[in-house]
Design a protein around this ligand. Structure first.
Ligand SMILES: Cc1cc2nc3c(=O)[nH]c(=O)nc-3n(C[C@H](O)[C@H](O)[C@H](O)COP(=O)(O)OP(=O)(O)OC[C@H]3O[C@@H](n4cnc5c(N)ncnc54)[C@H](O)[C@@H]3O)c2cc1C
Length: 284
């Protein structure tokens, strides 16, 4: 399929990109790696008269690990996330998750910014960003602002980003403790049937703190605070894991689709979460 005709813009600075978005309003759309947007355009599910490509803006790329803080530019590709040893040392769960996105071809082009800004419930990074309690940095005609990832997702493809804002970077405190991202998919290159991001902090034999988020099991990523609470203060034994899984299954809201019926998805989510907890606890 061939997309509709559009004018292509390649700004060299963030200011220029913001101005182009403001100029073209609803008719303009940002392009990052293109691996969510271009398929939609080719299927004619999306048509825009002006495409503003962010690829020429050097300031939007890069991974900075500074003490306990990690900041990643929006145009950093999923491949870059996997390749960075500094990032793997500061937040191994990012490499763990990025390696499970699509396939190498997609990961060479697809960006962190595009993945989190898109608002597709199937994208893996939004759930992970809930688990990390990340902050999203936005720039628009009125200047810069920050939004907590946990407050960013409103519904499928609906986010707190205004149409004239550009997501410039993601930042978070380097997480302490054991971490795991576990994903069940039908085949290589598929989106998740269910995925779980888990971070557990161990104090002696007990869990001092926990963070859990699930992917593709509702319209938005699901931060499972009750599931995390079910593990905190326990030895992460069988009863605690069972309680966490039950709490997670209460929090998610999957719909039947070609990945299976609701009960199946809830079951898979339970298996995936239990595996993620076990892996995170082992490395805590
Ligand atoms: C075969 C296939 C399999 C895939 N499997 C997975 C998977 O398993 N898991 C997964 O997470 N993803 C998957 N994807 C999606 C892939 O990761 C995309 O690359 C990603 O979702 C979007 O990133 P992008 O850089 O390509 O963004 P684009 O496609 O360029 O943009 C996506 C949307 O975000 C907006 N946008 C992009 N950048 C910004 C920004 N900086 N600020 C504001 N808005 C912005 C665009 O305007 C557009 O609306 C798959 C894609 C394909 C083609």
């Amino acid at each position: 399929m061939i997309p509709g005709a559009f004018d292509y813009h390649r700004p060299q600075s963030l200011d220029e990109a913001v101005a182009l978005l403001a100029e073209h309003g609803d008719e303009g759309r940002l392009l990052a790696g293109g691996h969510s947007l271009i398929p939609m355009m080719k299927l004619r599910m999306a048509e825009f008269a002006h495409i503003v490509d962010l690829a020429g803006i050097a300031d939007l790329k890069g991974i900075h690990v500074d003490g306990g803080t990690v900041r990643i530019g929006a145009m950093t590709t999923q491949h870059d996330l996997i390749a960075s040893d500094a990032l793997a040392a500061a937040a191994p769960i990012i490499r763990d998750a990025a390696k499970q996105i699509a396939d190498p071809q997609v990961r060479y082009m697809g960006t962190l910014g595009g993945n989190v800004a898109n608002g597709d419930p199937g994208n893996d990074m939004p759930g992970l960003m809930q688990c990390l309690d990340a902050t999203f940095h936005l720039t628009g005609p009125s200047g810069e602002r920050s939004v907590a990832a946990r407050e960013f997702y409103e519904a499928a493809y609906m986010t707190a980003r205004e149409d004239d804002e550009i997501l410039t970077a993601v930042s978070f405190a380097a997480p302490k403790g054991g971490q795991a991202y576990v994903k069940q998919k039908r085949k290589i290159g598929d989106y998740a049937t269910a995925a779980a991001a888990v971070i557990l902090v161990r104090d002696g034999g007990s869990c001092a703190a926990a963070s859990i988020a699930m992917t593709n099991l509702a319209d938005t990523p699901v931060l499972c605070e009750a599931a995390a609470n079910a593990l905190t203060g326990t030895a992460v034994d069988e009863a605690a894991v069972k309680a966490a899984v039950a709490a997670m299954q209460e929090a998610i809201d999957p719909v039947e689709d070609n990945r299976g019926p609701v009960e199946f998805k809830k079951h898979v989510a339970g298996v995936i979460l239990a595996r993620a907890i076990a892996r995170a606890w082992d490395s805590a």
